[in-house]
Design a binder for this molecule. Structure first.
Ligand code: 5GP
Ligand code: MN
Length: 336
């Protein structure tokens, strides 16, 4: 581990820095990463932001997006940058398996690794950790890192503020989850004062759907939603053929699971989707119900108590059957 003063000394002179975040990056992954990017470049560092995979178009408007390097499309270049880096910031994830093949390159790199994250059970691969599971977003921790660790609130310019606001807004469900504390609202207010145009950011993220996405959402809600009242559970499942029929691309399925959770009385919602490589599950829950426990125990995944994910190597039909077979074990908690 390195101390804060050692880190400050290192960051006092220009360094080769890589920032990376989890695969299929979401608003917080990109917001925290681009926010940190916009901060570090002001200090004269040579910064490269590498994402393990591509990410939704509704996040492409953020400042410095054109600088992002997508690992799967630039493998050799990405590996070279990781090997050359003096510091690697790992944002919004805490196990190297969350960044696919890139993880092993980072594990073996000699760079100082810095984790800024809010997920449970971090893996021990880092040299510096700014980690708090109570934070509503990694972007909140980047704000805290800049303001309270680096003591450089003066470097939160409009670009930094815009990106961090995006991360906080998306990961807190637009400031409605219990994690959106009064402290989070104060940070949001500060970011607005520093240039984040909250109304514009909300519009760019949430009122920017493709026609395909909206029609696909309608199809899911009217044809694919299954409600299991005995377990206060709702699920939506989609096959590869259905994804192709609606020309669904990265990000178009984001948030669909929340519609299932919005039904009166539903405590657990699942979105089960047949991707090209494997079947992926997105779980959401209300209250104390541990969606992450199901993902960890049965679907090689994890996450937060109320928002978790995992995967299965079985086919779609068998994965759906597996999911339903697990519910009796949780019946008493689901019916609370
Ligand atoms: P989503 O359902 O949006 O894909 O993921 C919701 C949350 O679950 C993510 O923020 C992340 O914390 C967690 N998550 C999703 N997929 C996985 C996975 O495969 N492994 C782990 N450990 N966590 C996941
Ligand atoms: Mn996050």
């Amino acid at each position: 581990m390195i101390s804060v003063s050692e880190l400050k000394d290192l960051l006092a002179t220009p360094q080769k820095i890589v920032i990376t975040t989890h695969h299929k990056p979401d608003g917080d992954a990109m917001g925290s990463s681009l926010g940190l990017y916009a901060y570090l470049i002001q200090k004269g560092h040579h910064v490269n932001l590498i994402t393990p995979t591509d990410y939704p178009e509704f996040l492409h408007w953020m400042p410095n997006n054109s600088e992002v390097i997508i690992y799967t499309e630039n493998v050799a270049k990405s590996i070279g940058l990781v090997e050359e880096a003096a510091l690697i910031f790992c944002l919004d994830f805490n196990t190297l398996s969350r960044i696919n093949d890139l993880g092993e390159h980072i594990r073996t790199s000699s760079a100082i690794k810095l984790m800024i994250d809010h997920h449970l059970e971090p893996e021990d691969f880092d040299d510096f950790r700014h980690w708090d599971i109570n934070a509503c977003a990694a972007a909140q921790l980047v704000y805290d890192f800049i303001v309270n660790v680096m003591k450089e609130a003066n470097l939160i310019n409009k670009d930094v503020a815009t990106c961090l606001y995006t991360g906080i807004m998306t990961d807190s469900g637009s400031f409605r989850f219990p994690s959106a504390t009064s402290a989070v609202y104060r940070i949001a207010a500060d970011l607005i004062d520093l240039g984040a145009e909250h109304w514009r950011i909300h519009q760019l993220v949430y009122d920017n759907a493709s026609e395909n996405r909206l029609r696909f959402l309608g199809y899911c809600l009217s044809n694919k939603l299954e409600i299991l009242r005995d377990f206060n559970t709702a699920l939506i499942t989609v096959s590869k053929e259905e994804l192709e029929k609606y020309h669904i691309s990265t990000g178009d399925t984001e948030g669909i699971v929340n519609y299932a959770l919005s039904i009166n009385g539903i405590k657990l919602a699942a979105f089960i989707i047949e991707r090209t490589d494997r079947v992926k599950l997105s779980l959401r829950s209300t209250g104390d119900f541990p969606a992450n426990e199901i993902c960890k125990k049965y679907f090689q995944g994890g996450g937060h108590r109320n928002a978790a994910g995992g995967a299965s190597d079985k086919n779609l039909i068998d994965t759906i059957a597996d999911f339903k077979a697990i519910l009796p074990e949780y019946k008493s908690q689901l019916l609370l």
